[in-house]
Design a protein around this ligand. Structure first.
Ligand SMILES: Cc1cc2nc3c(=O)[nH]c(=O)nc-3n(C[C@H](O)[C@H](O)[C@H](O)COP(=O)(O)O)c2cc1C
Length: 164
């Protein structure tokens, strides 16, 4: 693996996050888990290079994100599409997803997977749950939150960018 600075990331985020998807990984108390995500972004906040991710309260990964200081964001090539589909369906509440996925962990402050094309090791800076009141477009709340399970938004600083 080699390290680059965030300004050298040459991915189109609309493609990489929205279409190819990412894996959000976290670890705490000796447990590691990850889930697929396709909503989020990368940008600048408080003069820092950050990622934004949005996690529903029922995700097991959220428990680990909340318990730890770091999270990882990983991107994979197209050959890992089935793995991402699995990681976006099964829950770490019920099974050991890392073992079943065949991913190999290279230890860091947050889970770094050997198979990932690019990994961002990110330190949590801020989190807050979206609220019904915050929406200008109320059709979004009807469409996406009929069960009131508003996403928690996390802003996390990109501390390290690793390429395979
Ligand atoms: C393509 C795709 C994108 C997803 N994006 C998100 C997301 O951005 N936020 C979220 O909370 N869940 C998202 N999910 C759902 C979680 O990945 C899914 O509920 C997963 O089983 C949670 O795993 P966990 O309980 O082990 O954390 C997505 C699922 C798929 C298949």
């Amino acid at each position: 693996m080699r390290e680059i600075t965030p300004d050298k990331i040459d991915k189109n985020v609309f493609e990489a996050i929205g279409k190819e998807w990412m894996l959000v990984g976290a670890q705490a108390d000796g447990k590691v888990n990850a889930m697929t995500a396709s909503w989020g972004g990368m940008g600048i906040m408080w003069n820092k290079n950050v990622v934004f991710v949005f996690i529903r309260p029922q995700r097991y990964t959220k428990k680990l994100i909340d318990a730890g200081e770091y999270m990882s964001i990983s991107f994979f090539d197209e050959s890992y599409r089935n793995m991402l589909t699995y990681m976006g369906k099964a829950s770490g509440k019920d099974e050991d997803k890392i073992e079943k996925s065949g991913l190999t962990i290279i230890q860091d402050k947050a889970p770094v997977f050997e198979q990932a094309q690019m990994t961002l090791v990110c330190k949590k800076l801020y989190s807050q749950a979206l609220t019904e009141k915050g929406f200008y477009d109320k059709t979004l709340t009807k469409t996406f939150y009929p069960q009131n399970d508003y996403h928690e938004m996390y802003v996390a600083e990109i501390e390290k960018v690793l390429l395979k």
